[in-house]
Ligand binder design. Structure first.
Ligand code: LLP
Length: 449
């Protein structure tokens, strides 16, 4: 494969947000803001999102897709969603992939246009399907036969014609962690290739459904283009079969998301622009070879848009060294705000945000979280020479950190701040201890008389 044109510049190929700089005092700046000031003003741990990195990531996709006649980028909200993110995604004219009623509600509250919303999920409830259809002209990505029947019923009761894509299991496996592969033959998501024709045929028989086309998402944190090319060929085969056997022509083809980001020096993902251009080119060739007209092309990246824009600021608390030589730097967050290391053994990169110019330590040490679990290790091996009171930045935390965070150990979730051109605005408030007990209830019989 030829070297991707944008491999040096697309945000998903860089560890740090694109606006990161270090000043003469060794302070790390992001979005025109001194991270030390951000930590002082908003406290730590703090999720910082650099808007410019998001904008550049979206432009990379749009640039790559521009060789295709009719396309849309859908942002996968599961990576990071809040009202401000919905507004930004809307302002950028993207579509939105939602997977729950909560994500749909967030989009609704932000006034996100229904006709650019795509509802995913392998177990959508009647209430979720109705909520989508009542909101407006959303597209439902149907996962299975049982859901198909439920949707036809719900749509008919509401007097609607629901726009439908079918989620296909293409049998394609990208090289990624087992937990985040989705395209393999035994995936819990989607309908096997051999059953798609039956599903489409059934859907075409329902008055209440409007069949748009097909969707396949093969997995996440996928570094290479090749599995996506294979996926495009398989979907084109399927399109050909549907045309021949059902006279059904695809209007829309959604090839999913999943492009990787660079968390550390060992990651080498293809750039977003090259990825999009490569996929678009393959779809054009695959459809033209089969004399099929080109469907509208959808891609649905999440991580590669928001992941590189994020960094987490932690304050170092206690440091210690064991007699055997193991060294620990403990910070004021950990697995509750970033469950990815303990869940997927993900590797992150850190910098000292108050002394970024500090020479590396000679011995490795671990940056550990504060939670009651031995696996709560943010970085197993770093040469960061951090001491108590230092500020640490962990890069690449824009995706699947906030969205997967928990209140483990009854810890309030951190705040999230959006930075751009020197302005810093809270987009998600820090939780308080009151939030922690907000839904607790004590049975009256527990009161002492
Ligand atoms: N479309 C569908 C149908 C998906 O299931 C996903 C991710 C995406 C798009 C977006 O994938 P992305 O571009 O963000 O890789 N919690 C895991 C990732 C789970 C991804 C789930 N689906 C992690 O932290 O790595």
């Amino acid at each position: 494969m030829t070297a991707p044109r944008d491999s040096a510049t697309a945000p998903n190929t860089q560890i740090r947000p694109i606006s990161c700089q270090v000043d003469t005092q060794g302070h790390l700046w992001v979005g025109g803001c001194d991270s030390n000031e951000l930590a002082k003003q908003f406290g730590t741990p703090l999720w910082v999102i650099d808007e410019q990195t998001i904008l550049d990531g979206v432009s990379a996709y749009k640039d790559g897709l521009s060789i295709y006649p009719n396309w849309q980028v859908l942002y996968a909200g599961k990576a990071f969603l809040c009202l401000a993110m919905c507004k930004l995604v809307d302002m950028l004219d993207l579509g939105l992939d939602v997977v729950s009623e909560g994500e749909l509600f967030t989009a609704k509250q932000a006034g996100f246009p229904a006709d650019r919303i795509y509802m995913h999920g392998n177990n959508k409830s009647e209430s979720e399907l109705s909520a989508g259809l009542i909101y407006g002209d959303v597209t439902i990505v149907v996962d299975n036969f049982s859901e198909l029947e439920l949707l036809a019923k719900v749509a008919s009761q509401l007097g609607k014609k629901a726009r439908v894509l079918f989620r296909v299991i293409p049998g394609v496996e990208p090289d990624t962690h087992q937990h985040i592969k989705t395209g393999q033959h035994d995936s819990k998501f989607g309908i096997p290739l051999t059953q798609i024709k039956t599903a489409v045929e059934k859907a075409l028989s329902y008055e209440s459904l409007d069949v748009e086309g097909l969707h396949a998402h093969i997995g996440s944190q996928a570094q290479k283009l090749e599995p996506y090319l294979e996926n495009a060929e398989i979907l084109a085969d399927l399109a050909e079969q549907l045309k021949k056997e059902l006279s059904f022509e695809l209007r829309t083809l959604d090839v999913g998301g999943g492009l990787a980001i660079k968390y550390s020096g060992s990651d080498d993902p293809v750039g977003a622009s090259s990825w999009a251009r490569g996929v678009a080119k393959q779809v054009i060739e695959a459809f033209e070879r089969r004399s099929l007209s080109l469907p509208r092309l959808l891609v649905e990246p999440g991580r590669s848009i928001v992941g590189p824009s994020g960094l987490t600021l932690y304050r170092v608390g206690h440091c210690k060294e064991l007699p055997g030589g193991a060294k620990f730097i403990a910070v004021d967050g950990g697995m509750a705000d970033n469950p990815r290391p303990i869940t997927y053994q993900s590797i992150y990169t850190a910098a000292l945000a108050n002394r970024a110019d500090c020479p590396p330590a000679t011995e490795p040490r671990s940056i550990v979280g504060k939670y009651c679990e031995s696996g709560d290790i943010i970085i197993k091996e770093t040469y960061l020479d951090a001491n108590s009171g230092d500020l640490i930045a962990i890069f690449g935390t824009g995706a699947y950190n906030f969205s997967m965070a928990s209140n483990y150990n009854r810890s309030p979730r951190p705040a999230c701040v959006l930075v751009k051109d020197g302005s810093a605005e809270i987009i998600v408030e820090r939780e308080s201890n009151d939030d922690i007990i907000r839904n607790d209830r004590v049975p009256s019989r527990f009161s002492r008389k």
